[in-house]
Each structure stands twice: as C-alpha cells, then as structure tokens.
Write a protein that binds this ligand. Structure first.
Ligand code: AGP
Length: 608
C-alpha cells in the first residue's frame, strides 16, 4: 500500500512530485523516489527512509523537465533500501515505473526474464514489470503496457514513463486505487485525492482493467483490448484546509477534535425530523430490509471493532441476528450465506483488500451488499449495492479516530431505521433515541475540554510496558479499540478483553502495578464491571476507570478515574472512545513516537 503520483505540465516537477508524495506519505513511508525524462535520458532518484531524505536529495540536484512520476513505499517484497525503492527501471533505462500492489506471480516471471539474460538490480516484485514492459516495447508504450499487464497476477496500479515517448505518462489500474486529476495545461495521477487537490478538484477515478494515457492537454482512457473508453469526471467538495493540520501538532489530534462536528454534520444530514436520510447512494427498499433474515458484518481493524458494536445495536434495537467477521478470515472460510442475509462492509478508506475481497465473495453468491465508507468513489463504495457514507471528511492520521465514531453513529442510525421497519421499537422509543443522539456533540465537546486530565494520566503510565483494556457488553469492542489505538501508535503491548473473561486466564498476567483500563460507565452490566475491578484491585492492579459523571463508587475503586457525561449504554461507545483515543495519543507523544506515521503501518491496506 504505497503512494503513487505523476505529473505532466509546466510546473517545476520537483515541487509538484514532492508535494504530492507528502500528501500520500500515510500510505507508506519506508523509502521513496522520483523519475523524469529529459532529452532522451531517464533520471531516477530514490532513497531509503522518510520523504525528507528524498527532498534533501532533490534540493542538492533537482530533476529537470516537466514530466515525472513519484512513489512513497510500504515494503512488501524486498526490505526498505535505495535499490528496492521505486521507481524501478528495466535493463536499458528506457522505462521507469512506480507500482502500488503485489505481483503474485513475480517469481515465475523473474525466472523467465533471468533465462532471457535480464539483469535485476532489486529484490522487488515491481522490477519484473519494468523489464517486461521494456522487453515488449515496440515504439508504442500503451501496447507494451497492455501486453505486460496481461501476464501479471495480483494487484497493480502503475505509472510508467519512457525515454522514447517523453510527452506522456501511461497509467494502468488493477486492484489498487488510481485517480487522475484533470488540470489546465497539466494533468496528474495519484493513489488518493489529497495529492491532487493543490492543482485541481476535477478528478476521474479509474476502474480495474483500465489504462490511461496522460499528456499535457489531454487524457485518454482504454480498456484491456486497447479500445477507447469514456470516463466521467467529478468535482471534489473537500476544502484544502480539511487536509491541513490547522495548528494541531498531529493529524490524529486534529481528527480527534473534529469528532463533535462530524457527528453534528451527520445529524444535520441524516436525521430529517422523524425520518432518516442515508444519502444518494442508499437504494435498498424498506421491503427488502424488513425481510432480511440476518446481517453479516465483515471488516478489518478499527472498522471491525465498529462492526462488533453494530452487532449489539442490530440485535438490541432491530432484533436481527448479526454475525461479525474479520475480512481476512471471512474471505477464505467459505461462509454460509443462506436465507436473505445482508452483507455489510465497513471501511474508512474503501480500498482495504481483504474487505473488498469479502464483498466480492458475497457478491459472487448474489448477496446484497451495504457498505459504510468514508472515501467517496472508492472501490468498495463503487462495488456495493448501497453505501452509507461516513461524512467524516478526509482522515489522514493512520490511527483511525473520527471515522470510528462516525461508523458507530451510522450503525446506530441504521439499526434504528431497521427497528422502525421491523416494528421492534415504537415511535416514542425511536424519538427518544434520536433526542439522545442530538445531545452527543455537546457531550463530546465537554470530554475534549478535559483533555488535560488524560494528558496527566498519560504522564503517569507512559513507561508501562503492558496494558489491559476491559469492558462488558457493547463496550467490550470499545475496549478492543482502546487497546488497538495504544498498540498502533505507542508500540506498547495492549490487549482488550471482555471483563468477565479475565478470571478464565488473563488475570494471571496481573501483578502489583499492572495498568488496566476499565470501561465502567452506567449500564446494564455496571455491577458486574465493579466486581471485575474489585478482582483486579485485590491483585494490586492500577485500574484506570472510565465512568459516568457523578459516580462516587468508582472514585473509590479506580487509581485514576475519567468521567464522561451521562448517556445511554448503547451510545456510550462514541463518548468512551474519545478518552481512549486521547490516552493513546498522549502516551505516544510522551514516548516520542511519530503519531501520524506509526512504524510498519499504513492508512489503507491495499494488499492482503
Ligand atoms: C486503525 O487505526 C488502523 N488504521 C487499521 O486497523 C484500520 O482500521 C484497518 O486497516 C481498516 O481500514 P479501513 O477502515 O480503511 O478498511
């Protein structure tokens, strides 16, 4: 899951490519490179490490020319190094390309090429593509790219330049995202929209099996047979500011603080009096939904945690049986999908390979697909029967925050809608719940105003080596999310458990001073949570309790207590998530971590 960018126009190639790569760094940041063609020569610069290394390299000796491609890498084949960084070239330095994805049959192809005396300079799967295009080159770059991709297996979004055709960039998409930006006297290509917005808001999203030829004043698209195809252009509504830090030290903290507004925007967009409006991409009829036999939710990481919370909401409000599955398991376990199920794909990026494969698995069995997606026009959104958008705005920090609370919001609203269609809740119960939702943004702001309390707690626990997060009922998945947030940005080991499970083993890990975060807000299982906290305290654990304002009991129980405003049990995950996100954030900052670019991770996992 790398970041690709390409430009052809009159602007300085160095600043355009670098600015684009900075906008894509969340996709991978272990090495990077650029290339351009000038006077029949291919000029390639690439370096291991963060983008700053490449920027310094270009400052010393800038690229020449006004056509170029760039790449920021998340290594899959070949460890991060100068050689393995992209662009990769063929033997004659005639072709240079950047690639996002995995060539699964690269080994076989490499064997063939080695037999034909090709010499390889890297350990990457990508270099195979460069050698094949060069070998197939017959004066027509488009033809040689089409001939080459017909031999590839796996996922590959590529951008290619050639010394013999210095007036064009040829791009091809299969399995990984690629978006073309249409400018005036210039055109761009990138893996994601933020890299295009400094130049244009007019974009064309490529589909699998499409090739594009980008020249300064035109872009043409072709299918796998080389036949011309027409593509629809659309204009992005995002503001440039929405992809800036606007004074926050990190995107993650900015996005944590954006959550009240995201929820308010969604309330304004999706609750119309007593009716729900799920947007222009939601097309299921009430009859179809009322007759559903069950729901199967499949997702990854944080989105899976949101899905797990959705299970509690669908079964409680709409009394509809709900299965929850991790996409990388779902796609290979040949799931039973009898009856009239609805398969839901939950994803911020809309490009996660395992979730996409899970969707296609269900689609192949003629199952209805509803997806919850943040990125408009992403692959999962386009391949779903219906989509409810998260309307959270661009989420740049690798650790998902505002998308998570917006996912829970959509699941809450959709379960209320289903309960209406299935008559499992009456109008006054639904209206009461809508009233509670409308009170959320104010309560979220109240929590954010107490951020310093969390910061103080983080100072106490920043040197801990191991954490447990416990919760019950709908806040068990919230505990899982708290543990994931801490793990992924602070690199401290943390595990989430259903609190009732502790005495079946995990409590053996508890010794004097062991830090445990316990979610003990007012709920149907509150008393049970108190007993679990007592069990931990009697083994001298340091229990940080997230509780409900005014709760004097937990004040005596917890070594540290953070209060959230009163709210109903089923809405509490949205409020509880904020102190958990802030706790992870401040511990990571205090440990000097690169919060927005945690090691070994990337924002959108487009390979399996
Ligand atoms: C969450 O903070 C992580 N970035 C990761 O677990 C993420 O939730 C997962 O990769 C799924 O991504 P998606 O929502 O874009 O599909």
């Amino acid at each position: 899951m790398c970041g690709i960018v390409g430009y052809i126009g009159d602007k300085d190639i160095n600043s355009v490519l670098m600015a684009g790569l900075w906008r894509l760094e969340y996709r991978g940041y272990d090495s990077s490179g650029v290339a351009s063609v000038m006077d029949g020569d291919m000029d390639v610069r690439k370096v291991k490490g963060r983008l700053m290394n490449l920027q310094e390299r270009l400052a010393d000796k800038p690229l020449l020319g006004n056509i170029g491609i760039g790449h920021t890498r998340w290594a899959t084949h070949g460890e991060p190094s100068d050689q393995n960084a992209h662009p990769q070239v063929g033997c004659k330095n005639q072709i240079a390309l950047v690639h996002n994805g995995i060539v699964e049959n690269y080994y076989t192809l490499k064997e063939e090429l080695l037999k034909r005396k090709h010499f390889f300079k890297s350990n990457t799967d990508t270099e195979v593509i460069a050698h094949l295009i060069e070998e197939n080159y017959n004066g027509n770059l488009k033809e040689s790219v089409l001939k080459t991709v017909s031999r590839l297996e796996g996922s590959y979004a590529i951008a290619v330049i050639c010394t013999e055709e210095p007036d064009k960039i040829v791009v091809y998409r299969y399995g990984s995202p690629l978006i073309v930006g249409i400018g005036k006297n210039e055109n761009l290509v990138a893996s994601d929209i933020p890299a295009l917005l400094d130049h244009t808001k007019d974009i064309i999203t490529m589909n699998d099996g499409e090739l594009g030829i980008m020249q300064k004043n035109k872009v043409e698209f072709f299918n796998n047979e080389g036949k011309k195809i027409t593509k629809e252009k659309r204009t992005i509504k995002w503001s440039a500011e929405s992809i800036e830090k606007v004074g926050f030290p990190h995107y993650m903290l900015k996005e944590i603080h954006e959550q009240p507004k995201v929820i308010q925007d969604n309330i304004d967009l999706k609750i119309k009096g007593k009716e729900f409006n799920f947007g222009e991409n939601f097309g299921f009829s009430p009859k179809e939904l009322a007759n559903l036999s069950h729901i199967i939710i499949q997702a990854c990481g944080t989105s899976w945690h949101a899905g797990y919370i959705g299970k509690y909401l669908f079964e409680d409000f709409a009394r509809i049986r709900t299965e929850i599955d991790i996409s990388s398991e779902f796609r290979y376990r040949n799931p039973i999908m009898d009856g009239e199920p609805l398969v839901m794909a939950i994803t911020q990026s809309g490009e996660t390979a395992d979730t996409l494969a899970g969707l296609r698995e269900a689609k192949a069995k003629f199952i209805k697909i509803l997806s919850l997606v943040n990125v408009r026009g992403s692959t999962i959104a386009r391949e779903s029967d219906s989509t409810i958008y998260l309307d959270a705005g661009p989420e740049i920090g690798v650790a998902s925050t505002k998308a998570f609370t917006s996912q829970i919001f959509q699941l809450y609203l959709f379960s209320l809608y289903l309960s209406k269609l299935k008559w499992t809740l009456n109008d006054s119960e639904i209206n009461k719940k809508i009233k509670e939702i409308k009170a959320l943004p104010k309560k979220m702001n109240k929590i954010l105003e107490k951020e310093n309390q969390i910061q103080e707690m983080a100072k106490k626990f920043k040197d801990s080596k191991d954490f447990m997060f416990i919760g019950r009922g709908i806040n068990y998945p919230t505990a899982l999310e708290g543990a994931l947030k801490l793990k992924e940005i602070s690199y401290i080991h943390a595990t989430g458990y259903p609190a009732g499970e502790m005495k079946h083993g995990p409590i053996a890990l508890i010794s004097e001073g062991s830090p445990v975060v316990a979610i003990a807000t007012k709920s149907s299982v509150y008393d049970k949570m108190l007993s679990n906290i007592e069990e931990l305290k009697s083994r001298k654990a340091r229990v940080i309790v997230i509780g409900t304002e005014g709760d004097k009991i937990i004040k005596k129980l917890g070594s540290d207590v953070f209060y959230i405003p009163e709210c109903t049990e089923n809405l509490s995950p949205i409020l509880v998530s904020i102190p958990l996100q802030l706790f992870a954030y401040h511990i990571a900052v205090l440990n000097g971590r690169d919060v927005d670019r945690p090691r070994n991770l990337a924002k959108s996992v487009t390979v399996e």
